[in-house]
Every structure is written in C-alpha cells, then in structure tokens.
Design a binder for this molecule. Sequence first.
Ligand code: FAD
Ligand code: SIN
Length: 528
Amino acid sequence: MEFDFLVIGSGSAGLTFALEVAKNGTVGIITKKNKAESNTNYAQGGIASVLDQSDSFEAHVNDTIIAGAGLCNEEVVRSIVSDGPTVIRNLVEMGANFTRENGKLHLVKEGGHSKSRIIHADDMTGREIENVLLEQVSRHPNVTVLEHHFAMELITEHHLGHKVTKYTEDKHCFGAYVLNHQNDKVERVLAKATLLATGGIGQVYLHTTNPEVATGDGLAMAYRAKARVCNMEFVQFHPTSLYKSDTETNSFLISEAVRGHGAILRNSSGERFMPDYDKRAELAPRDIVARAIDDQMKKRGDDYVYLDVKHIPKYKILKYFPNIYAQCLEEGLDMTSDYIPVVPAAHYVCGGVWTNIDGETSINGLFAAGEVAHTGIHGANRLASNSLLEAIVVSGKASKKAIEYAANSSINQSIPDWDDSGTVNTEEWVLISHNKRELRQVMSAYVGIVRSDLRLQRAFRRTHLLYEEVENFYTRTKVSVPLCQLRNMIAVAYLIIKSASERKESRGLHYTTDYPQSSDEWLRDTIL
Ligand code: FAD
Ligand code: SIN
C-alpha cells in the first residue's frame, strides 16, 4: 500500500493532521482497533484555552510553567497557549457542541489553573471532539481509514540493510510495517511523510485511566528506529480514579473538574487532608494531590481515599457530570449521597518522542504529535486539560511541515517485504499474558508515584529478564498483536526506569526518597 501521508493513530492528533494534509495528497490512517478507540475518546474535563476577558495568555503560560516545575520550554508553551482560541473556534465551526451558559461557552477551573478556562462538553469532551473529527475525516475523499491495523515497526534505512546505531545519525522514515488483524498478514505501508500519533502508555501500570490501546507502541517503535526520546520519568498519575479491586480493565476517571466544582478529599476517618499538604488544597497541581493521597493510603494502610461531593447541589452534579454520575450509579454509588472511593492511576506520559514545535522528530520524514510526542510544553508535570490543546495545535503545525517535506520526496520503492522466515505460530498465549501482568506489577510497585534507587534497580533487573525472554520468543514466533504490544510495553518500561534512574533529584512527577529535593543541576531534559 502507498499513500502520500501515513498517519498512525486516530485520536485527536492523528485526525487533525489527516484533515490538513488531505488537502495536498492521499492519506492512510491506520488504527489498531475501532477508529474511535483512543485516549481522546475518554477525555472528560475539557480543553484549556483563554477565552474570558478576565483571563490572559500570560496567566495560562504562567500556570503551565508553574505546574511544569522548571522544565517547560517557554517558547513552546507560549506558542501552543496562544493558538488555543483558534483551536476552539475551529472545533465549534466543525460542529463541536460544547457546553454553554447564557449562550456563552461555559468555562470551568481545574487543578493548577488560576482562572476558569476549561471548555468542555459536559463530562465527555473527548468523545465530542473525536466524533466531530471522525465525521469530517469520513467525508474526505482523500482519506482511507484502516481499522484493526497494527503498526509494528517504522521503516528506515535499517530495513535497507544500513546499520543505524545512534539517534544523531541522519535517517529517514519511509512508512511502516503493519499487521492486518483481518488476515494476520504484515503489510508494507509506504509514504512520503509519516505521522506518529499513537497516544499514551498507561497500560504499562496496573491501575490506569487509559484504554487498552495505550500500550506505548509509537514510543517503542520510535526508540527502536533510533529517534530521540526524552523525559520518560515524568508519568502523571491522575489523583482520582474510581477504586476497584480488579486491575484487568482500566479505571474509570473522576474528572478533576469535579474538584474544580468544590469536591473535597477525605481519608478513611472522614478528615479533609489536602490543606495539610498544600495551600491550594484539592486544586493543587496533580503531582502534589496524587502524592498526598499516596501518603495517606500508605500511612493508614488504606486501599483508597474518598472524594466527597455531597455538599454540591444535586442539580449541578446532574447538569455537569451526567456520565460520571451514571457510571458511579452502575457501581452502586450515588455520588450525591455517598462518598466516592478513589485512587491515583497512571494517566498521562509527559515525556515522549522528541519534537520541535512543528512536530518534526530527529528522523527525516517522521513527525509526531499528541501524547506520544515531547514538545516541551508540559515540563515535569502537565497542567490539566493542556494535552488535547497540545495535540491539536502541534498536529496542525506538523501538517504544514509534512506537506513541504512530501513535496520534495518520493515513495521509496526499494523497501523489502516483511521477512518472517524461520518463525512459527505459537499457542503460548499464557506466557504473554503472565509476562504482561508481571511487568505491570513491577512498574506499579517500584516505578510509581514514589521511587528510590533500590526500587528502580529492582525494577530494572525484573524487566530485563522479561525483555530477554520476550525478545527470544519474538525472534522465533509469528507476530501477533498481544506479543508486539508486550514487547513495546517492556521497551517503554525500560525507558521510564532508565530516565528515572538518571535523574538524581525530585521534580514534578518524579519523586525519589533518595533525592527528595529539586536541584538546579538537574534543570535539563533527560534524553535517551
Ligand atoms: P490518542 O487519542 O490516544 O490516540 C492514539 C491512537 O493511536 C488510537 O487510535 C490508537 O488506537 C492508535 N494506536 C496506538 N498504537 C497503535 C499501533 N501500534 N498501530 C495503530 N494504531 C495505534 N486531556 C485533556 O487535555 N483534557 C482532558 O479532559 C483529558 N481527560 C482525559 C481523560 C482520560 C480518561 C484519559 C485517558 C486521558 C485524558 N486526557 C485529557 C489526555 C488526552 O485525552 C490525551 O493525551 C489525548 O487525547 C491524546 O491524543 P492523541 O491523539 O495523542 O492519542
Ligand atoms: C480530567 O478530567 O480530570 C482529566 C483532565 C486532564 O487529564 O487533562
């Protein structure tokens, strides 16, 4: 298969890019499940943008930089924040039905924001955005969406027999090898320019708000292709996911916007504890709230804390959080009269494939945008509701560079077919599922909210064993999605452990008991 532009992933970043580049050529979007399945689709709170007279770009920039704990790239922050109003206007023009009051877009506050500036569609903002973008894509004659197609490897000079050993070497991306689930064949999808928009990594941890597709495939593929990757130690744990004892499915998120409306965190004795940790209390940035909850749970030996919204009028809960209310009811909780048991869960990775503000990676012809990418906007801790904004702004900018790049490139016809000679089919699914569970347990136990040198060393040893076993299995076995995903999750775990081990300080989302303070010496990105 050949396209002018290949897009890997059908969330907000992939779809925004596809709609732009489709004006200049053919576009193939490959996506590993149904086209709507993505982190984007589950986003609740909304998109941050300066729309109110009392707000300013300067205030949004400052809030982002404060949350980012010294590691934000200020130029990137300014550029993305100042495009916010245009992003919202375009989405509204495409048909996004955001919540309004008295005809004006309704703005909410979330943790770390000094003003109410979150635009939302009830508590299902992501679904609204995903639907609007998919609707536009489905009507575009230049775009082909291939569902149930799994990108396995990015194609570079390596596949032409050139040995590439460093991320600093000059390289090009010619497309990707893609596993078609419908016929279990690996197809060669060639393109002049490729966008990586594969989203997050939450599945590497036991408790996560991310859906099953978030296994970090794009990050792992880019790392194997020797792209520059950075700041992987900064994994954001959302403070409030609905507690459940089973870890096989993802955890339902209780949006930060609920705290924005006044919800209070209480320990198992019913005491409010956040004011003891930070003067911003429940609306402190996420890293602080998640660590405080973790501390309460550990000190008291509890499995969860409570979120209390009982004092908020019922009509408000029903009006602004219909989906959360319904989901809690399904779990047997009426949030207007019961406390909600909550735990922190892996939610967002601030690091990723390094890009500039135009989504260009360190590999020619490979662009990245959205959660898979690291532009520098989030620093050491993402400010709530800045990620949809970043995904849409940067994929728009990347589309312009990709159009320029494609105009001066041609499809590389000399790429060989996928070579699976010497491999056999496997029945050993139990090895894959057990290794996956073990990996997630190790990451949650040793590389979670609180880390230490000893825990990281232990995690490294355990994951290295898994790496050896799985690589060995991979070279002998016909490829399958579960095996490729496990291999990618192990690569992502390695990137997180390695980056966390290199940073000998605590900053933002990376907290280690061996170096509990921040140090100016570490005011730099961790590049792998
Ligand atoms: P995604 O939307 O995750 O899309 C990735 C796509 O890549 C998917 O289609 C996936 O199937 C596909 N894919 C992955 N691997 C492969 C592969 N190997 N081959 C083919 N396809 C592949 N952010 C906010 O700003 N505001 C919010 O209110 C908010 N709420 C959130 C609530 C939840 C529950 C979650 C999980 C996240 C939330 N976030 C929020 C974060 C935000 O949703 C994501 O960061 C953002 O949507 C990422 O968009 P994306 O396009 O980069 O990736
Ligand atoms: C939420 O609704 O709490 C999620 C917002 C975000 O992750 O930005």
